[in-house]
Design a protein around this ligand. Structure first.
Ligand SMILES: [Ca+2]
Ligand SMILES: [Ca+2]
Length: 260
């Protein structure tokens, strides 16, 4: 029984480190009626799903252009750079992208926008505004490299940002993340930001990569929660703590084995 109790404590500590409690915004890309979105549109329409964080339905905007993806190739495919769609299988919208035929999970899929030298990167995705109080927040999202099923293109270079009550766009410096090299697998990305006064914020992603070959990515489970993601040094201390608990458990098991 002691072992189970200790394991529960460890599980509780680990859960405390990630975005579960205090969620103020969540986007899983469910409930959007993509059949109602116009070709090249820059807005999602309103989801039919209630966000457990905000208590209302989400919508988003983007400087990318919508494609239905229903035809895979042709005018509504994702072959054009600077385009977005929502779906479960990347290969169903672009025949060079990874094939996940078993997937039933909606994600936002994007073909990174080509950038001229010195051009400003486009907004890939921007949330609706939602209410926050001043304080520290953590964000997280799942990121997948979609390219490709026959070759590996360049990684996207994503940066998370938020716009505060005053409309100031705050890039979160030092958290540019490259999509993982292996396509078709979600990797969790996270970081922290601070809101200085009560009000509303929008959060968003921009892609700093301007190359076209590859630079295709999927995003899902964008979460903003109160508190902070532990810094790497804090994680190291916590892991040392877990290691210590592990040795206690091992010695308990040894004693029990001797007793038996
Ligand atoms: Ca999803
Ligand atoms: Ca591309």
């Amino acid at each position: 029984m002691k072992i189970f109790a200790a394991a529960a404590v460890v599980a509780g500590l680990m859960t405390a480190g990630v975005a579960n409690a205090g969620v103020v915004y969540f986007e899983g890309f469910d409930g959007y009626d993509t059949s109602g979105i116009a070709y090249d549109a820059h807005a999602s329409g309103t989801s039919s799903v209630i966000d457990p964080g905000t208590g209302t339905a989400n919508s988003f905007t983007t400087e990318y252009g919508f494609r239905s993806g229903a035809t895979n190739t042709g005018t509504n495919s994702m072959y054009d750079e600077g385009t977005w769609t929502i779906g479960t299988n990347p290969n169903a919208v672009h025949d060079q992208w990874v094939n996940l035929p078993e997937s039933t999970n909606n994600m936002l899929m994007l073909n990174g926008k080509t950038l001229a030298p010195d051009a400003s990167p486009a907004s890939t995705w921007t949330s609706n505004a939602f209410a926050v109080t001043a304080g520290n927040y953590q964000y997280s999202f799942d990121l997948m490299n979609l390219c490709c099923n026959t070759y590996t293109g360049v990684s996207s270079v994503l940066q998370f940002w938020f716009t505060d009550t005053h409309g100031v766009k705050n890039q979160i410096v030092g958290v540019e993340v490259n999509t993982p090299t292996t396509p078709g697998v979600f990797v969790l990305e996270n970081g922290n930001f601070t809101v200085t006064e009560d009000g509303t914020v929008s959060v968003g992603l921009i892609d700093m990569q301007g190359a076209a070959s590859g630079n295709d990515f999927g995003v899902d489970n964008i979460t903003v929660a109160t508190g902070s993601v532990p810094e790497p040094a804090a994680w190291a201390l916590m892991l040392l703590g877990f290691g210590g608990m592990g040795s206690v458990l091992r010695s308990q098991r040894r004693r029990q084995a001797v007793a038996a």
